[in-house]
Structure formats: structure tokens, C-alpha cells
Write a protein that binds this ligand. Structure first.
Ligand SMILES: [Zn+2]
Length: 130
């Protein structure tokens, strides 16, 4: 089997069938850069997510906890809330919508801080489950 050195290896040689380490590396670099270019396709409109985030904050979530839960920075949550983001990742959108489907009681537990008006309800709901 022919082995290319760093200078002579290339992705086109990989496409032609060469599987030497250096040509495989060239192909891996190409695949990674293509994946980076495709990433914008995994973004979705931020507007429905902004509305959902506003509702979650009204339900007792605080920005910091919500950000931790979503795996994004608090600044990103602020940006979404203030409409400074036009797009969000599909993953973040999915997480937000998942939280939207949780009940008020579940949200209080998840958020770890409920507005005082809701605290009584969530505590009694928790007791009922035991
Ligand atoms: Zn090669």
C-alpha cells in the first residue's frame, strides 16, 4: 500500500481510494469543515422561543437557573428575552419547549424557586405525590 507524506497527501487521493494515515487525515479535516458549514442549518427562529422564555420566567424561572438547565449562558437567555437573537439552536429550542410542556408544579421544582403565590400549590402537589 502506498503511503503519502504530509506534503503529498490530499483528500482527492482519499476519494481515489487511498487510505493511508495522511490522506485519511486530509479527509477528516474536510469532513469537519463541512460539518461546521452545515451547522447554521440547525438554527431556528428565536421568536417563538423568546415568547416561551418570557412565559417560563413568569412561571418562576430565574435567568441563571434557566440558562444552566438549557446549557447556555445567562447572557444568551437575556439576548433571547430581549429579542437580540434572531435565531437559536434547534437543541435550545427543543429544551425550552420541553420545559413549556411541564406543569406549573413541575416547573417550580425544576426552577428551584417558585413565586410565593405558587409555592403553596407546588408544596401541596409534592405532598400529594408522596
Ligand atoms: Zn495517501
Amino acid at each position: 500500500m502506498r503511503v503519502h507524506n504530509v506534503e503529498s497527501a490530499s483528500r482527492s487521493k482519499y476519494v481515489m481510494g487511498c487510505r493511508c494515515a495522511e490522506c485519511r487525515k486530509c479527509n477528516a479535516v474536510y469532513i469537519a469543515s463541512r460539518a461546521r458549514k452545515l451547522r447554521p442549518l440547525t438554527l431556528t427562529s428565536a421568536n417563538p422561543i423568546r415568547i416561551a422564555v418570557l412565559k417560563l420566567l413568569k412561571r418562576g424561572w430565574v435567568v441563571k437557573t434557566l440558562a444552566e438547565r438549557l446549557g447556555i449562558t445567562a447572557m444568551s437567555v437575556y439576548d433571547i428575552r430581549e429579542g437580540r437573537r434572531e435565531r437559536v439552536s434547534v437543541r435550545t429550542a427543543g429544551e425550552v419547549l420541553l420545559l413549556m410542556t411541564a406543569t406549573d408544579a413541575e416547573n417550580s421544582i425544576l426552577a428551584g424557586s417558585a413565586p410565593s403565590a405558587r409555592r403553596e400549590t407546588s408544596v401541596s402537589d409534592e405532598l400529594r405525590e408522596e
